[in-house]
Write a protein that binds this ligand. Structure first.
Ligand code: UTP
Length: 289
């Protein structure tokens, strides 16, 4: 079945980015000249998907507004003959059909995804975390859709991490089927050191079969009273099977201070307008370290 819909949860509290995220959603923080969330929506569009379902909460309306048409701004820019800017602004609102659903309380990523159930219905869908950026030639989501067309089962994107950092991630253990593709056997959320021999960490890109919703309904709240996605993913693995995919590209956790800074450097070095001068500047800074 074709994948047509993408769920992007953005209802989290963003505590790692306080105080910046107090009044501005962390997904609206800028990487060069556009907010993090725009790169993610552009990845969805470039992967051939028709609709985005944002899972939002109070205080996140700036994200919805960013993808909405702004009549006043369009009018003022056009009147001032700033046509290029007006086109750019209107382009964002024409990118893709965006609907939003509220998560009334931040009860975890699993709970956030469950809020999309009535919009998704009975078809497979993609999930992209609103603060996870992937820089790649072919969009990470498109790479995963290609694999899904082959295997027809749920997929999580993974990256290799140093063994002494596995405790910070959801880790999958699996059997290698071929280059970059593993059949998942076990999944552990933030394993205690020495309790796994796998270095494959789950990042914020998933393709899920709709059975996940029933499994999320049955998932009891875990740590911090939150409904963890990993628990339902494990249940889905046992029920129908799931694959781990080592995507091509570099992932940045833009919801974390260091990850955000790294993302600015990587995206800045690729930005057509500033890349040359920025690169010269970085070399100068590096020579002074
Ligand atoms: P994170 O744990 O990275 O985000 O969740 P957070 O909770 O906003 O941030 P910190 O840890 O307090 O700094 C991953 C994604 O899931 C969403 C977040 O918005 C983020 O995109 N999320 C998380 C929800 O939508 N609802 C939740 O209840 C929890």
């Amino acid at each position: 079945m074709q994948i047509r819909k993408a769920v992007i949860p953005v209802a989290g509290l963003g505590t790692r980015f306080l105080p910046a995220s107090k009044a501005i959603p962390k997904e609206m923080l800028t990487i060069v000249d556009r907010p993090t969330i725009q790169y993610i929506v552009e990845e969805v569009v470039a992967s051939g998907i028709d609709q985005v379902i944002l899972i939002t909460s109070a205080g996140k309306s700036a994200i919805e507004n960013h993808f909405d048409y702004d009549y006043e701004l369009d009018h003022v820019l056009t009147k001032k003959k700033k046509h290029v800017l007006a086109d750019e602004i209107n382009h964002i609102s024409n990118l893709i059909d965006v609907v939003s659903v509220r998560q009334k309380k931040p009860l975890g990523l699993g709970h956030a995804i469950l809020q999309a159930r009535h919009v998704i219905g009975d078809e497979p869908f993609v999930v992209l975390l609103g603060d996870d950026l992937v820089l790649s030639d072919q969009p990470c989501t498109k790479q995963m859709i290609n694999l899904f067309e082959e295997v027809g089962e749920s997929i999580v994107a993974v990256q290799r991490v140093p063994m002494d950092q596995t405790y910070q991630y959801g880790i999958v253990e699996g059997v290698k089927e071929r280059d970059q593709v593993h059949k998942i056997k076990r999944m552990v959320e933030k394993p205690a050191p020495g309790t796994t021999n796998s270095d494959m960490a789950i990042i914020g890109r998933y393709i899920l079969q709709p059975e996940i919703f029933d499994l999320l309904e049955k998932t009891t709240p875990g740590h911090g009273g939150e409904i963890q996605l990993t628990d339902a993913l494990l249940a889905l693995t046992n029920k129908r099977g799931m694959y781990a995919y080592e995507f091509e590209g570099t992932r940045f956790d833009a919801g974390d201070k260091l990850g955000y800074l790294k993302a600015i450097i990587a995206f800045g070095l690729r930005h057509p307008e500033v890349c040359d001068n920025f690169s010269d500047h970085l070399k100068e800074v590096a020579s002074q370290l």
